[in-house]
Ligand binder design. Structure first.
Ligand code: GLC
Length: 346
């Protein structure tokens, strides 16, 4: 009897092979997503720079986004083996945020973020990973379809290749017992980058969304950041020139080819430039990436609302206008053309 739920899930999955769902992102309950990073993904009981407040959801919704991605460090809020019971106080807070965002009509992508120990000791932490997903899928089983689960943010370290494929498959099987139809976001190893796609095996089930993260050129988007080892790098610019735009297009084409092969809609789950870079430069890159994503029919999620890659200035209580325009405005491509003309004149 112990295996009954898993057997049921296996039968459900066999009955619902991919191909039945629309492979374009148009079919998804979201297109334009804002990541609220550095809040619920902070280490347990430590305050990072963002405290999630419910009015943020209003600000995001009013600006024209239709979803939020909520990175959460669930792994820091459990009891010990063998059940790893999720902490009820913490989870009640997560419930409130999810319910509130849903009540505004936003879709919510609940993302299992920063499970660093799983990447370091995958064998040892596997049961914890699966037990957390069992609990989450049970807890939210009656929530609307606009709640979406993301299995694991940026697998890396020891959790790569076949091992990641196996963990992904088992997590999807586990979730499917309680959530047979919920959309699940899945992504490749090597931190959800395009390079990981060649190794990714897609679990045989419906309602999957392929995610990837894009921060190329990395020494442009992450310049000045110590955590990326680029604290001394400060002078990389983005010119919107043909070589850069061609690289972007080729990269997205690689993702598109993979997605079409597997009949999956695509979600560019994270992209952004950090605030060591001028807003003008950040906006140029952001607009180019956003527009390329839309040309390919990918849904996208900007990293991030406030904090290191912020689109919104919390101190001034206002959006950074050029970044917002790059994300939801219409003038963004013209600005790229102006930059190219200025470069040609020099
Ligand atoms: C990933 C990391 C996050 C970081 C972001 C940009 O999502 O988990 O901490 O800020 O990428 O580098």
């Amino acid at each position: 009897m112990r295996y009954f739920p898993l057997i049921c899930a296996a039968i459900l999955m066999l009955l619902s092979l991919p191909g039945s769902s629309n492979a374009r992102a148009d079919a998804l309950p979201f297109k334009r997503v804002m990541n609220i990073g550095n809040a619920l993904d902070a280490p347990a009981y430590q305050k990072w720079d963002v405290t999630l407040e419910s009015h943020y959801f209003h600000i995001i919704k009013r600006a024209g986004f239709d979803a939020v991605r909520l990175p959460v460090r669930f792994s820091d809020y459990t009891g010990g083996a063998p059940y790893y019971v999720l902490d009820e106080n913490f989870m009640a807070k997560v419930d409130d945020h999810v319910r509130y965002a849903l009540s505004l009509g936003l879709a919510v992508i609940l993302d299992f973020h920063h499970f660093d120990e799983l990447m370091e000791y995958p064998i040892d932490r596997k049961k914890k990973f699966l037990s957390i997903w069992w609990q989450l899928s049970e807890r939210y089983k009656d929530y609307s379809d606009k709640l979406i689960f993301e299995v694991l943010n940026e697998p890396t370290g020891q959790l790569q290749g076949e091992l990641w494929n196996n963990y992904l498959l088992e997590a999807v099987f586990t979730i499917r017992v309680n959530s047979p139809n919920r959309y699940l976001v899945i992504g490749p190893d090597t931190m959800n980058t395009i390079q990981g796609l060649v190794r990714l095996k897609i679990p045989q089930t419906h309602h999957l969304i392929l995610s990837f993260h894009y921060y190329e050129p990395f020494d442009f988007t992450h310049q000045g950041l110590a955590f990326a080892g680029l604290q001394d790098k400060k002078d990389r610019t983005w010119k919107c020139n043909n070589i850069e735009l061609k690289k972007l297009q080729d990269d997205f084409q690689t993702v598109q080819n993979f997605a079409l092969l597997h009949g999956l809609p695509v979600f560019l789950g994270e992209f952004g430039v950090n605030t060591h870079v001028s807003d003008k430069q950040r906006a140029l890159w952001t607009a180019a990436v956003r527009q390329q994503a839309e040309k390919f029919g990918f849904a996208w999620g900007y990293w991030e609302f406030v904090s290191v890659f912020s689109a919104y200035d919390l101190e001034k209580n206002t959006w950074r206008p050029v970044i917002l325009n790059a994300l939801v405005g219409t003038k963004a491509s013209a600005e790229c053309a102006v930059q190219r003309t200025e470069d040609r004149k020099q």
